[in-house]
Design a protein around this ligand. Structure first.
Ligand SMILES: Nc1ncnc2c1ncn2[C@@H]1O[C@H](COP(=O)(O)OP(=O)(O)OP(=O)(O)O)[C@@H](O)[C@H]1O
Length: 705
């Protein structure tokens, strides 16, 4: 019998497969474990130095939650008679609580993503701050789509009203100086005593509230942000410059900048030859590029002798080899870096600036949209009027920016710039509330070209507009920004969004508290306002879609803060830093001292150079007559030394390079007389006849002899 041999089963492939699966699984597990470990390591490293008292893990400062009913009855049903102000994000009412306590209740506009963010921000940041220098947040109310914030009531309302209303006489010099010091202290508290530091982001007169004794407190933290991270302490600008900054910061800049404006010191003559120091040259070149009398500075610099970092500066004047003087002429820089200086510069007639040749105008227009801040402070390419018109034109021309909702009907009144008129009737003054301007205003014959150019543009969404206008900046900074964006999106918990999650706002619902035709003649143009009815989220952009970036970049770049108060570096992709507050503080100081708004559009003809407060102040500084800026209503009843100090301090704060602006601690010391005001650059200095000019004059003279 033959025994059948069993067909041998082949267990090998099965076990092989099992083995393979186990191996793959095991390696995957190990890989994931390694990845997780690395991720954890990275996460803890990144968060090591973070202190964040406001994030969701930290219990909020106990804020009282009011019911809507309670606040409604406190404000007599939000009646007009209790309304005390209207801002970009809502209406403020005066209320009396059941216990008799006076409060200010801000009823926020709803349906706007921006408002919600600001609400969250306000609660998170202001709710965590307790200081006599900052207005107290007493509570909030969230009911369905209604959001209200309750503050301590400030009987003397805002500085804006005190300075510009009929009762402005209450703001004598002593009070003005005290307010300046109070605001400086408040900023010092935010920047230095808070952990993490708080950057206010919207320092302006309407956000400075006055108590019964006219003591000032900072309010409105809707646009504030926390400085969470060391990395966020450096904006891209600084990072790129970091190396050179270190070098030239160690220099005695005061000596090298030469100009003294305190009035007691002797200014270094403009033509004084300087030691060749690349770093200083570089800093000065930047100063020069932003100077209204920039061409004078080129006498002392070697424009092409900057260190290589300079090339990265997107804001650096495109015309490296040439710069423009205030008349639109080009000032060429001669080979050895010495520019010819036109004596006439020291007596610029801005009316003539309007008569730019066609070529110049076209070039200027091109340049205009790109870096409007350079122009806003009278950088020399166009005058204030052009700036005002161009800027307003770009804002109000419906075909240019259809997305920018113009909420108000424009006044049919033809408006011209004038500041020479006394301010005895402050109500005559119209802030450049852009909504109030009529496109027709721009259709003057002489400005036709500008207007056509502005208005004939294809309608663009603001995002596109921004991208186009800042293409250069974008290309240079996008790499860095993208990296940071993804970094932030993934890792950073932005504290002011936590509450939003908890409250689960219903964004689509609207409530009808918006006053479509509401008009506040005292209001400043806040970018918030322009945004509030817009779909911020769409502008929040696919480009910068992260929480942080939708706040800090998309809604910002050139759009964040309040016109004329926002720092120039914020026009790019810079982060909101302390020095941005310092810049705004500088503008605020000038506004307080002069009793003028930073940008005036009046109904009567006036000297154009006064239209832009910052620009005018720089001109006065250059002419050595800063006290002309002081509010005429004060007559001679003010402390000249203090006024001069304040104006010069403001100029120091208004320097283009954030790094050159003083720190808030120094500002407080300077105001308290504990520290000398550092020297200011040439552009802010009294301008003696230039040596070059004098020399050549002398030469001519000797030839004549
Ligand atoms: N706590 C308060 N006490 C008294 N008045 C207040 C108080 N808070 C605000 N106000 C008044 O309400 C006005 C509007 O304030 P709000 O903060 O809403 O807007 P804003 O700062 O003028 O503008 P934006 O919100 O666009 O920056 C202020 O100018 C001020 O007169």
């Amino acid at each position: 019998m033959t025994s059948r041999q069993p067909i041998p089963s082949n267990p090998k492939p099965m076990s092989g497969i099992i083995f393979l699966i186990i191996t793959v699984l095991a390696s995957l597990i190990i890989l994931f474990a390694i990845l997780y470990f690395l991720y954890y390591l990275w996460y803890s490293l990144v968060h090591r130095s973070r202190t964040n008292p406001y994030d969701s893990s930290t219990p909020l400062v106990k804020l009282h939650r009011f019911s809507y009913k309670e606040l409604k009855s406190a404000t007599e049903g939000f009646s007009d008679s209790t309304s005390i102000g209207k801002g970009g994000s809502g209406i403020v009412y005066k209320g009396i609580l059941k216990d008799g306590k006076l409060v200010a209740v801000k009823l926020l506009d709803s349906g706007s993503f921006q408002s919600e963010r600001e609400f969250q921000n306000e609660l998170q940041i202001l709710g965590g701050i307790k200081s006599p220098l900052v207005v107290s947040l007493l509570g909030y109310c969230v009911e369905r789509n209604k959001r209200l914030v309750v503050y301590e009531y400030m009987p003397n309302r805002s500085l804006q009203e005190s300075l510009f209303s009929e009762s402005s006489l209450c703001m004598n010099w002593g009070r003005r100086f005290d307010v300046i010091l109070d605001v400086a202290r408040a900023l010092a508290f935010l920047h230095l005593d808070c952990d993490p530091p708080v950057i206010h982001g919207d320092v302006k007169p309407s956000n400075v509230l006055l108590d019964s004794e006219y003591k000032a407190k900072l309010s409105d933290f809707g646009l504030s942000r926390l400085k969470l991270e060391e990395e966020f302490g450096v904006d891209m600008f600084s990072q790129e410059l970091g190396k050179s900054q270190e070098l030239w910061k160690s220099q005695d800049l005061s000596g090298n900048f030469g100009g003294m404006t305190t009035g007691t010191e002797t200014p270094t003559p403009i033509g004084t030859p300087m030691e060749s120091q690349d770093e200083v040259d570089f800093a000065m070149a930047l100063q020069a590029s932003s100077s209204s009398k920039g061409s004078t500075m080129f006498q002392n610099i070697r424009p092409f002798g900057f260190n290589s970092v300079t090339q990265n500066l997107s804001f650096f004047n495109e015309n490296d080899a040439t710069t423009r003087n205030a008349k639109g002429k080009e000032v060429s820089i001669v080979e050895n870096g010495v520019a010819s200086y036109d004596e006439e510069l020291s007596s610029v007639d801005h009316r003539k600036e309007l008569d730019l040749g066609g070529g110049d105008k076209a070039r200027n227009i091109k340049q205009w949209g790109k870096d409007w801040w350079w122009k806003q402070d009278g950088s020399g390419e166009l005058c204030s009027k052009d700036y005002v018109k161009e800027w307003i034109g770009s804002q109000i021309c419906p075909s240019t920016n259809p997305e920018w909702d113009l909420e108000k009907k424009c006044s049919p009144q033809k408006t011209s710039l004038d500041i020479s008129a006394p301010l005895s009737k402050p109500e005559e003054v119209q802030e450049t509330t852009l909504q109030e301007q009529e496109p027709e205003t721009l259709k003057k014959e002489s400005d036709k070209e500008i207007t056509e150019k502005t208005c004939n543009k294809k309608p663009r969404k603001m995002k596109e507009w921004w991208k186009e206008e800042h293409l250069d900046e974008l290309s240079k900074k996008s790499k860095k920004a993208k990296r940071l964006e993804s970094f932030c999106k993934k890792r950073f918990k932005i504290p002011h969004f936590d509450i939003g999650k908890r409250f689960q706002f219903k964004r689509k619902r609207k409530f009808g508290m918006q006053d479509e035709n509401g008009d506040d003649p005292d209001a400043e143009f806040s970018f918030r306002k322009g945004w509030k009815r817009k779909h911020t989220r769409s502008m929040g952009s696919d480009m910068w879609s992260g929480d942080l970036f939708s706040r800090e970049l998309s809604s910002t770049t050139s759009m964040r803060g309040t016109l004329c108060y926002v720092a120039p570096e914020y026009g790019g992709c810079g982060y909101l830093m302390e020095k941005a507050d310092i810049y705004s503080f500088g503008v605020l100081v000038l506004v307080i001292v002069s009793g003028r708004r930073p940008l005036h559009v009046l109904n009567s003809p006036m000297k154009l150079e006064k239209a832009n407060l910052v620009s005018w102040c720089k001109q006065l500084a250059h002419a050595g007559n800063v006290l002309e800026l002081v509010d005429e209503r004060l007559k001679d009843d003010y402390n000249k030394e203090q006024a001069s100090l304040c104006i010069n301090l403001a100029l120091a704060c208004l320097q283009k390079m954030p790094e050159l602006r003083p720190d808030i601690s120094d500002i407080v010391k300077i105001l308290k007389g504990e520290m000398e005001l550092p020297s200011l650059p040439f552009e802010f200095s009294p301008s003696p006849p230039s040596r070059t000019f004098s020399r050549s004059k002398r030469r001519h003279k000797s030839y004549a002899e």
